[in-house]
Design a protein around this ligand. Structure first.
Ligand code: CMP
Length: 152
């Protein structure tokens, strides 16, 4: 079982797409372990996007990600890091396959609606940035035996 960090970005909040996008994860059978709406500060943006801070597009990315609230989610599931990346689609909404979130709802590289961790190391780092241990909910899923076999 893995855990990943998902952010519904300011464009998702402002376009009132939160419900539709959360539904994609629920309908896939993934488990939401934590969820909260917060405003990303410039400091948090720089920590989160540390690998992009020196890139030419970073000032625009920071201005966008701090422009309105985001919804941070911790999502659990088997191979969930790759599964969620596949549900999101390619970074640019112009390149993402139809049927993915970005392919269906985004026409932009920057305003691509959702962020998700790209590796186990990123997931651990990013979950620690957005959630304290007491915010992660430990609960038993009802009906999980209809989502996957016991040996999967
Ligand atoms: P995300 O998955 O959150 O990871 C980094 C973000 O930077 C990415 O989604 C896009 O929102 C943004 N991004 C990546 N590449 C570019 C680019 N070339 N120009 C502008 N924004 C970009």
């Amino acid at each position: 079982m893995q855990r990943t960090l998902v952010l519904l970005k300011p464009d998702c909040v402002q376009r009132r797409l939160m419900g539709k996008i959360i539904s994609r994860f629920e309908e896939k059978g993934l488990k939401i372990a934590a969820m909260k709406m917060i405003r990303v500060s410039p400091e948090l943006s720089r920590e989160h996007y540390a690998e992009h801070v020196e890139k030419p597009f970073y000032p625009s990315l920071e201005s966008f990600i701090t422009s309105a609230p985001v919804v941070a989610m911790a999502i659990d599931g088997l191979e969930v890091i790759q599964v969620v990346r596949d549900i999101l689609g390619a970074t640019s909404g112009l390149k993402a396959d139809a049927g993915t979130i970005r392919g269906d709802y985004s026409s932009s590289r920057q305003m691509n609606l959702v962020h998700a961790s790209d590796s186990e190391a990123s997931a651990t780092r990013e979950l620690n940035l957005y959630f304290s241990p007491d915010e992660l909910c430990d609960y038993e899923e009802i009906g999980v035996n209809f989502l996957r076999a016991a040996d999967e």
